[in-house]
Design a protein around this ligand. Structure first.
Ligand code: SF4
Length: 138
């Protein structure tokens, strides 16, 4: 939900507020982010119980990123799929590219936790790593 406040007669946006829910812990604080200027920078954050909330809000409003989790097929493994995730955050706008790169991917067993399944996923510079062990079928 976004609310814009207009002040003055010149039509210039002087303040914009946005509501977010912090995902830093199960408390889920309701954050209010006040943008400055034309909404390009964060002027203030309120509603956070701890500093992690402010850091989350500032990042979410200026450079949102996510860890992507998924699963890919395993050939000759004792399980048909192995769970995986990005080794680090990727830009939110690149999530579809990364999931598309994983869609047809197959890896050969054995696969171990931390193994790089796909380096530089979709050109993001971030590797996809296994989050499960899948041994070879006997
Ligand atoms: S602001 Fe702090 S206490 Fe509140 S949800 Fe975020 S991490 Fe948890």
């Amino acid at each position: 939900m976004c609310r814009r406040l207009w002040y003055g007669v010149c039509g210039r946006v002087s303040e914009m507020e946005k509501k977010l829910t912090c995902i830093g812990c199960p408390l889920g604080c309701s954050l209010t982010v006040t943008m400055d200027g034309m909404g390009e920078g964060v002027a203030a954050v309120s509603g956070n119980t701890c500093p992690k909330g402010e850091a989350y809000a500032r990042k979410e409003m200026t450079n949102p990123t996510r860890i992507v989790t998924s699963a890919v097929r395993v050939e000759n493994g004792c399980a048909p799929m192995v769970s995986c995730k990005t080794k680090a955050d990727i830009p939110k706008g690149r999530i579809f590219d990364v999931t598309a790169a994983l869609a047809g991917l197959r890896v050969a067993a054995p696969v171990h936790i931390g193994d790089v399944i796909l380096p530089d996923a979709a050109g993001t510079g971030v590797d996809i790593v296994a989050t499960k062990n899948v041994e070879a079928a006997v």
